[in-house]
Design a protein around this ligand. Sequence first.
Ligand SMILES: Cc1ncc(COP(=O)(O)O)c(C=O)c1O
Length: 364
Amino acid sequence: MIPFNDFHIMHKELKNEMGEMFQQVFDKNWFIQGEQEETFNKKFAQYCGAKYCIGVGNGLEALRMILQAYDIGEGDEVIVPSNTFIATALAVTYVGAKLVFVEPDIETYTINPDLIEEKITERTKAIIAVHLYGQTCDMDGILEIAKKHNLKVIEDAAQAHGAEYKGKKAGNLGDAAGFSFYPGKNLGALGDAGAITTNDEELAKKVRAIGNYGSEKKYNHIYKGTNSRLDEMQAGFLNVKLGHLDKWNERRRKIADRYLNEIKNPNIVLPTVKEENVPVWHIFAIRSERREELIEYLSENNIGTMIHYPIPIHLQKAYEDLGHKQGDYPIAEKISNEQISLPMFYGLKDEEVDHIISCLNAWK
Ligand SMILES: Cc1ncc(COP(=O)(O)O)c(C=O)c1O
C-alpha cells in the first residue's frame, strides 16, 4: 500500500543526527527554555524572514495566544475561512470572540478576499488567513481590506512552512503567524510543538510571557497566561529538521508538478496555483463528484488517501450552538464532499508516483 503520508525514509536519513541531538539535550540536563529553543527561534525567524519567533506548545495555542495578546475577546468578531481545520476556529472560540465565516475561492481553497468586506462590522478585530494545503492566501487582497478597516491579519501557517507569496515567506505576510510542528506537517517535531512569528516587538514579548504563565520574570505574573512552551528536546529535533526543510519541500514540489502535468481525467479537478505563489504542498488536494467511488478504486489499487476535511466546521457537533445548517456555506460543503488528498511526502518514490498517475488516468 502506498500510504498517504510516511516518515520512514525521512527519519531513517536523520537517524544519526537526531540521535546525537537527543544525547546532547539529555546530557545538558536543561529541558525548558534553553539554548535549543533560543537557537530555533533565531533560525526559524530568519527562515521566514520575520524579526521574531517564539516557540510554543502547538499550533492551536500559537493562534490563541496571538489573539489574546492583541486583546481580542468577548464582544469582538474574527473572520475565518469556512473551510479549515477546526483549530483555527477553536482559537477564536477560546478567547471568547465570535467566529465569522467567509467562504473560500473554489480554485485555490483559500479565503476569498472579495467576500470579506461584507462580513465586517464595527466589532471585527482580525482576519485569520489560513494558508490551507500549503498555498498562501491572496494576501494583497486581505491586507488592503485589513488596512482600510484597521484589522489585524493573523496567518494560520500550520500547513505552509516555507510557502512563498510574491517572494516573501509565510510567517512574514501579516501582523503575526501561528505555526504547527505536529509530526505530519512539512516541518514536524517528534511530538506536539508550535511557534509564533511576527515583526511586532511588543506582540513578541507579550506572547512569550503569556506562554510562560504570563510572566517575563519568574513568579511575577503580568498576564493571565498559560503553559505553552517549546521544550528543548522538540526544539533540538526541529533544529536538525529545519536544515532539511527546503530539500523536503523541493521533493513535494516535484511530485506536485508531476501530478499537475500528468493527471488528465475529466472526472478529477486538480488544484490551481496562483502565479504569485510558491506552495509547499502540505496536501495535494484533488476533487471529484464521485469521491467515495474514487477512494475505493484507489484503495483497491493500493493507494492510500485522506479527506481534509470530511465535515465543515459549521456542521460539526462541537459548533451546533452556532445554529448553522446544511447549505449555509455551500463552497466549504462542496469541498468537504468532493476533496481527496493524494499521497504527498518526501520519500514517495517516482515509481509510486507513476502508479498513482496511471491509476487516476485509467479511472472511468
Ligand atoms: C490549518 C491548521 N491550523 C491549526 C492547526 C493546529 O496545530 P496543532 O495541531 O499543532 O495544534 C493545524 C494542524 O493541526 C492546522 O492544519
